[in-house]
Design a binder for this molecule. Structure first.
Ligand code: SF4
Ligand code: SF4
Length: 428
């Protein structure tokens, strides 16, 4: 009977998860192409150092070590969760114990990390609610963002408590238990005076509580900021490999420049499959690339980018974290309507101005500190530059000093208001 119930719950979990994944896939289909993915060797190395070794996280020593331990602990505990799924479906008990010493290592690691992670999560909750850490309380974070964070932290805490409970009552009820549980084996004797029925019941409650919470948590993630648990590793793998600060050319503009330099080619037929450009730069969510959108889904809202942004530090409106939050919010609002009503759907709003002001866009110094600091290699400046491209190329809405520079380049071939012919006058 329990196998049937478990299998039904697992089927519902997988079904709902795939439904959410399909909806997100439909949103990705609305986005534009990004640079092709090459250099797989470099990407694997980057994923290992940045994602698995959590290299960037250690810049903030104490919080970084705790966060990295939580991540590594989750990786170890994952094996135990897979074992629970197999046990649940096939009615086995601790099926992976056939791996002997390897199994002992995994169980011992999982047991120690269950207590460590629970402790760190309590510290994270206290730090978030009681310590006034600026990057955790930016004005771009709404009440919903904070509630979302507390819900996810509480879920993880209960997951760790039920995991520890499961281990404790498993040991208390079995004198010949398999696996090694360094901390739970110390606590278990406290409960050995309970009747065997009570111990069995407590084990069942913790076992089912743990696995059902995993099922619920997995299906909450796509709608939470903690979706980064799934998206961060792919996002690091797909990071930009070109040096930060290097602007990419727009192919359509490069082509126009080449045509100007060789006008005869203007009459050549357009290559097959080439579609005219619908818009320069980014105005709204359908103009972003799939990589921009992936960045927004991977963002943990940790605020490390905003905490190093010189524009933000000096009191400007700009917050790179807000850019990611706004992009995700806008996709959540407009994306499903574009999917249902077609690409011509409009709600009279746009990402620029209704979510991100032009003041924010022009406040960026393109120093790239945000992209360098982000533990997930999110590339905010490229997104900001694409919004500027829209403002300049579609609306001619650059700030006045920039417009003066553009006119000078056009008229004088240089950003200054002197003629090209007068360049050497300084000698006189
Ligand atoms: S963009 Fe990166 S650094 Fe900024 S809040 Fe998101 S994850 Fe943190
Ligand atoms: S590139 Fe722009 S958004 Fe990023 S840190 Fe520098 S000023 Fe801030």
């Amino acid at each position: 009977m329990s196998q049937i119930v478990f299998s039904a719950l697992l089927a519902i979990t997988i079904g709902v998860f795939f439904y959410s994944a399909f909806r997100i896939y439909q949103l990705f289909k609305l986005t534009k192409p990004a640079c092709p993915i090459r250099d797989f060797g470099k990407r694997i190395k980057l994923t290992f150092t940045n994602a698995f070794l959590q290299e960037k996280i250690f810049r903030n020593r104490i919080a970084g070590i705790m966060h990295a331990l939580v991540f590594w602990g989750f990786c170890l505990i994952l094996f135990g969760s897979i074992e629970m799924v197999i046990d649940g479906v096939f009615g086995t008990e601790r099926v992976m114990s056939v791996f002997g010493i390897f199994y002992d290592f995994l169980m011992a690691g999982g047991d120690i990390f269950a207590y460590l992670i629970a402790l760190f999560i309590v510290i994270f909750i206290i730090r978030r609610c009681c310590l006034n850490i600026k990057r955790l309380h930016g004005k771009e974070l709404s009440k919903t963002n904070h509630i979302d964070a507390y819900i996810a932290l509480s879920f993880i805490l209960i997951l760790m408590i039920t995991l520890a409970g499961m281990n404790i009552f498993y040991i208390a009820g079995n004198s010949d238990y398999v696996g090694v549980f360094p901390i739970s084996s110390i606590i278990a004797p406290v409960f050995q005076s309970l009747s065997s029925d009570t111990i069995e019941l407590m084990h069942e409650i913790n076992w089912w509580g743990h696995i059902v919470l995993i099922f619920i948590f997995a299906n909450m993630l796509p709608y939470s900021k903690h979706f980064h648990i799934f998206m961060s590793i792919p996002n690091v793998f797909l990071s930009r490999l070109t040096p930060l600060g290097k602007m990419y050319n727009m192919d359509c503009v490069t082509k126009e420049v080449k045509l100007m330099m060789n006008p005869e080619t203007a009459f050549a037929a357009a290559p097959e499959g080439e579609t005219p450009i619908s818009r320069f730069g980014v105005l709204d969510i359908e103009d972003v690339t799939w990589k921009n959108y992936l960045d927004s889904l991977a963002c943990t809202q940790c605020g490390r980018c905003t905490s190093v942004c010189p524009a933000n530090i000096t009191g400007k409106e700009l917050s790179p974290r807000k850019m990611m939050i706004d992009m995700r919010r806008r996709m959540k609002e407009k994306g499903p309507m574009l999917v249902n009503k077609g690409k011509d759907y409009t709600d009279g709003k746009s990402l620029i101005r209704d979510y991100i002001s032009t003041e924010e866009i022009w406040a960026c110094t393109t120093c790239n500190a945000c992209a360098k600091e982000c533990p997930l290699n999110i590339d905010h400046p490229t997104f900001i530059l694409d919004m500027r491209r829209y403002l300049v190329m579609e609306e001619s809405a650059a700030p006045a000093p920039l417009n003066a520079i553009f006119s000078n380049i056009e008229n004088n071939g240089a950003p200054w208001q002197y003629s090209n012919q007068d360049r050497l006058k300084w000698i006189e």
